[in-house]
Design a protein around this ligand. Structure first.
Ligand code: ATP
Ligand code: MG
Length: 578
């Protein structure tokens, strides 16, 4: 089927009009609806009533010249894009040049007019004006997209970026609502921004659940809900095509069926976002040089009120904004990462300063003792009897051990701060492990302390990292003993449960003031009642880091003068095993 174009012939000569009409109606490539005017007045009246795709204008009319009429039409009626072809007489080239300068698209010399020439000239004029209109539209669209992109990219804060994007796109597309949906790595995604407030915090799953509660659909399993498209999970088989659907010949034409743009094969997504009514495009971030982009989320334009047929143009605009949005998101994420790294760096610097302060402080006392004991031995060994010499040597050994432990602890904490060490769990015989550990402690503890070890429940099937467990429990037991300077019992209970093991370490020592308890798991934190009991404040921080690596939990309850109870619970199946 040929396109039909509306054409106006303005000429006072009826015979000429007849010839032009005959020539044009014979055009095999184009079909025309032709109207005629024999004077300027009639032509103006017609142009006011309807829109023409092309106008043939005689240079000489009874009531005014063709040029004057053209000027009047331009000023009062015509859109500049309507092509006008001037008809001049032989030798009137000057008039033709003037008409072209004024904006006429072409001119024809009446005397040379043949059927072919007229047909080709009119066809070209229409084609050129269509291209011009298309170009204007594209330029306008690019301008709008550029403005939108500029506004979106003015901020480096993700929330602001998304809010600006939805507001701007809603204005750009003049639709009811625009939303941004973000995929979550291991769970369902959610709407993270919406141009309509009530949508902001409601996840699609919440809406599905609400619908279920309202009895719209019977409650079902997660799988069933997923099948019905109420739950969104991005899984690899869902291929998202970054390349848009090929351009339809006429950008004005509506998209024939679904409005999704590159959401091929994503059945659940299509259903979820009602891609029969909504326009949905992916937000793809560049993927570290990987040619396949990383799907971050979706940009959704929703129009419920009235009949709206989305055009290819709308889809393209949304897609182009989505590209700009993706760049803005990526920049914001990069900034957030850099800021996080900077904060971490600052924390490390503070930590290092604390280490220096602790080293200089904590090393001085034992070093002084070692130096004093050593110089006494050097200077007076002749006068000292065997037992005194042994006592000085003992002091040197004890203080050197303390310093060595201090260095070990600081290196360990430093390592934890820099990067998480890898956990190497093995299947452990807990009874054997703790019997050995308690035995070891009993050897060093004096007779003022009694160490009680109790084990109950099912302790089979526990996976743990031997080194990390040793760190946890030697620190806790040594604290229980160290902070019970008057002696007493130290109870160690191990209770095996179905899927976890619980440990209690309970002493009757000095206890910890309430105000100090909150921060004790942080490095270099010590209770205000430690008095002269030595310590660096690292043991509990190390124990906590090791418990975290096991996916467990550590808590502490204490009363000053009554004693302290530390509880550790560890899952039998270590979740962070490589
Ligand atoms: P170290 O690094 O040598 O272990 P530390 O014992 O001071 O030094 P943590 O084990 O981290 O460090 O303990 C932090 C603080 O918590 C201690 O200084 C002490 O005030 C308090 N604390 C810990 N366990 C007990 C306990 N069983 N009884 C009383 N206070 C305790
Ligand atoms: Mg300690």
């Amino acid at each position: 089927m040929l396109d039909t174009w509306t054409l106006l012939i303005i000429d006072d000569c009826a015979a000429d009009r007849k010839i032009y009409r005959r020539y044009l109606l014979k055009d095999p490539h184009q079909s025309y609806q032709i109207l005629e005017a024999d004077c300027a007045e009639e032509a103006l009246a017609l142009c006011q009533k309807m829109r023409f795709d092309v106008i043939l204008l005689d240079f000489c009319l009874p009531d005014m010249s063709g040029l004057e009429l053209f000027e009047q039409m331009q000023q009062e009626i015509l859109e500049t894009s309507v092509p006008v072809i001037m008809l001049t007489g032989r030798g009137d080239e000057e008039i033709a040049v003037q008409a072209m300068k004024q904006g006429a698209l072409d001119y024809l010399v009446k005397q040379n007019l043949t059927q072919d020439v007229l047909q080709i000239t009119v066809r070209n004029a229409i084609k050129q004006s269509c291209l011009q209109a298309q170009l204007n539209k594209t330029q306008e669209r690019q301008r709008l997209i550029a403005t939108t992109a500029l506004r979106i990219r003015q901020s480096l804060n993700l929330e602001e970026i998304l809010d600006t994007a939805v507001t701007e796109v809603q204005q750009l597309l003049k639709c009811d609502r625009v939303m941004v949906y973000q995929f979550a790595p291991d769970s369902d995604g959610k709407i993270v921004a919406s141009s309509v407030e009530s949508y902001r915090t409601v996840t699609l799953c919440d809406r599905a659940a609400a619908r279920e509660e309202a009895g719209e659909q019977g409650a079902g399993s997660r799988e069933q809900r997923k099948e019905r498209g109420q739950l969104i999970t991005y899984s690899p088989p869902c291929t998202l095509h970054p390349a848009p659907r090929p351009l339809l010949p006429n950008p004005q034409s509506p998209i024939p069926y679904n409005y999704e743009f590159g959401l091929c094969n994503c059945l659940s997504l299509k259903e979820q976002f009602n891609t029969k009514a909504n326009l949905v495009v992916p937000i793809n971030l560049s993927n570290n040089g990987n040619p396949a982009p990383k799907l971050w989320g979706l940009l959704i334009a929703d129009h419920n009120s009235g009949e709206r047929q989305w055009q290819t143009d709308d889809a393209q605009m949304l897609n182009e904004v989505s590209v700009q949005l993706a760049i803005a998101i990526q920049q914001a994420e990069l900034l957030a990462q850099t800021q996080a790294a900077l904060t971490k760096e600052k924390q490390l610097n503070v930590f290092k300063s604390q280490i220096i302060a602790t080293v200089s402080h904590e090393y001085r006392t034992p070093l002084t003792s070692i130096l004093a004991a050593a110089s006494t031995l050097v200077k007076h060994s002749q006068q000292l009897d065997e037992s005194k010499q042994q006592r000085f040597l003992g002091i040197i050994e004890q203080k050197a051990r303390y310093m060595s432990k201090l260095v070990d602890n600081m290196l360990l904490v430093n390592q934890f701060e820099l990067e998480k060490p890898k956990i190497k769990p093995i299947l452990l015989d807990l009874l054997q492990f703790f019997s050995d550990l308690i035995e070891q402690e009993r050897e060093t503890v004096g007779d003022r302390h009694e160490l009680i070890f109790q084990i109950t429940g099912n302790n089979q099937g526990f996976w743990g990292d031997r080194g990390l467990l040793q760190q946890i429990f030697t620190n806790l037991i040594s604290n229980a003993i160290k902070y019970s300077p008057d002696g007493g019992t130290v109870e160690f209970h191990l209770i095996g449960k179905e899927s976890q093991v619980i440990f209690y370490i309970k002493d009757q020592g000095i206890g910890i003031p309430m105000a100090d308890q909150e921060n004790l798991f942080q490095s270099f934190s010590r209770g205000s009642n430690v008095d002269t009991i030595p310590g660096t404040g690292l043991g509990l921080a190390i124990a906590k880091a090791c418990v975290d690596l096991h996916g467990g939990d550590i808590t502490l309850s204490s009363q000053v003068g009554q004693g302290t109870k530390v509880t550790v619970s560890l899952p039998k199946d270590c979740p962070f095993a490589p």
